[in-house]
Write a protein that binds this ligand. Sequence first.
Ligand code: NAD
Length: 428
Amino acid sequence: MESAEPTTEAESATEAESAVDTARAQLERAAAHLDVDDGIINRLRHPSGVYEVSIPLKRDDGTTEILTGYRSQHNDVRGPYKGGIRYHPEVSKDECVALSMWMTWKCAVMDIPFGGAKGGVVVDPKDLSEDEEERLTRRLSQELRPVIGPMKDIPAPDMGTNPQMMAWFMDAYSMQEGETHPGIVTGKPPAVGGSHGREEAPGRSVGIIAEKAIDHYGWDITDTTVAVQGFGSVGAYAARYLDDQGASVVAVSDVDGAIYDPDGLDTNDVEDHDARPGMVSGYDAPEKLTNAELLELDVDVLIPGAIGNVLTGDNANNVQADMIVEGANGPTTSQADTIFERRDIPVIPDFLANAGGVTVSYFEWLQNTNRRAWSLERVHEELEAEMLRAWEAVKAEHEARDVTWRDAAYIVALHRVAESHEARGLWP
Ligand code: NAD
C-alpha cells in the first residue's frame, strides 16, 4: 500500500497558485526541453493583448447595469486567435489570460492554424432572463468588434454560454458589418452554419485518445475497465464511445453521485445529466458511490470528465487506476501530477484528449469560410484522423525524451509555436 502522505517537496508544495503562474510554470517546464530563444519564451509568457470592456445591460425592470467583460488574446503567430467566451460570476482578467495561453497550446498540439484566446463576462447566467441574455450577448459582440473577426479572433461557447448565444453574437456582428459572417464564431446551431458533430466532439476525442493509449500500453480494450466522472457533454460521449469499442464502463457519475456495476454499465441506456438532471445518480444500478469513491476505484482507466481540481495532493495516493485520461479541463493539480509521475501512473493531458471540441470548431470555421457543409460521417472521419496525428506526435516526444505525456504534449505545442515565431521573426 502506498503512503497517503506526500513524500517529496513538490508533492507537499502549496496548491494555491494563480492560473497564470501555473500556465507560465508549464511553459517554462516545456522550454527547458527545447532550444528556443529566450526572447520567444518571454513573448509567450504574456498575452499579446487583453481587452476590457464595460457592457451596459438593460435589465427587464428597466434599470441599466454595467458589466465587465474581457478578451485575452495570447498568441496568433500560427493563425487567428481562437477561444471561448464564458459567463460566470468569477470570471477574471487573470483567468482569461491563463485560459488563452492554454488555447494556444491546445491549437498547436492539434496543429490547427489558430492561436489562443479566451474571454468572459463577470455575470451569473442564472440571474439572466432569456431577453437579458440576448441583449448582453449582442452588446458584447458590438463591444468586442474592434478586436475580433473571422480572420482575426473567433469566439465560441464556454461555461454559461450556448449555441443560441453564438447565433445572436454572429447576427449582431453581421448586422454591423452589413454582410453575413458565419465564421465570426463557432459552436453555432447548424441552421446558421454550425457543424454536425460539434456537441459530441470533445467526448469523442477523449474516447479516441483513451483507445490509443490503451493500445499503446498493450491492453486489450475488451478487457479494460473504465470509470468516468461526469456524464455531461464530455463524460457521456467519452463513456459511450469506449463502451461501443468494447471497454467495460463500470462507473459513471453526475453532480449528485456515481453508479457502479462491476460487470459494466449500458452507457447508452443511462440518460445524461443535461437530458434529465438526476437520471445518472437515480439510475437503477447494483451499487451507488460518491464522486470521491469513483475517483479511487480499482479500474484500468479513470476519466475525470466533470470539473477541475478533483485529483489533488489529498487523494492522488489513493487513486488505484492504472491510467488517467483527462476529459475535463485541469482536473489534476500540479501536486497530484507529481504524485502520479512518481507512482508511474500515466496521465494523458486535457489539452490533447479533449481537443476534439476546438478541432470540430476549426472544421466549422472551414465550412463557413468555404460555404459548404460537411456530413456527420465526414466530421467523424476527419476528427479521428486529426486526433491520431496529434497522438502520434505526442507519443514520439514521450518516447524519445522519456517525459510525461503532459510534458510531451507541451513540447510538441511549444516547438510548433516557437518555430513559427522563428520563421516570422520580430517586427520591426
Ligand atoms: P456538462 O455541464 O455538460 O457536464 C458536466 C457533468 O459533470 C454533469 O454530469 C454534471 O452533473 C457533473 N458535475 C458537475 N459538478 C460536479 C461535481 N462537483 N462533481 C462531480 N460531477 C459534477 O459539462 P461538459 O461540457 O461535459 O464539460 C465538462 C468538463 O470538460 C469541463 O471541465 C469543461 O471545461 C471541459 N470541456 C468541455 C468542452 C465542451 O466543449 N463541452 C470541451 C473541452 C473541455
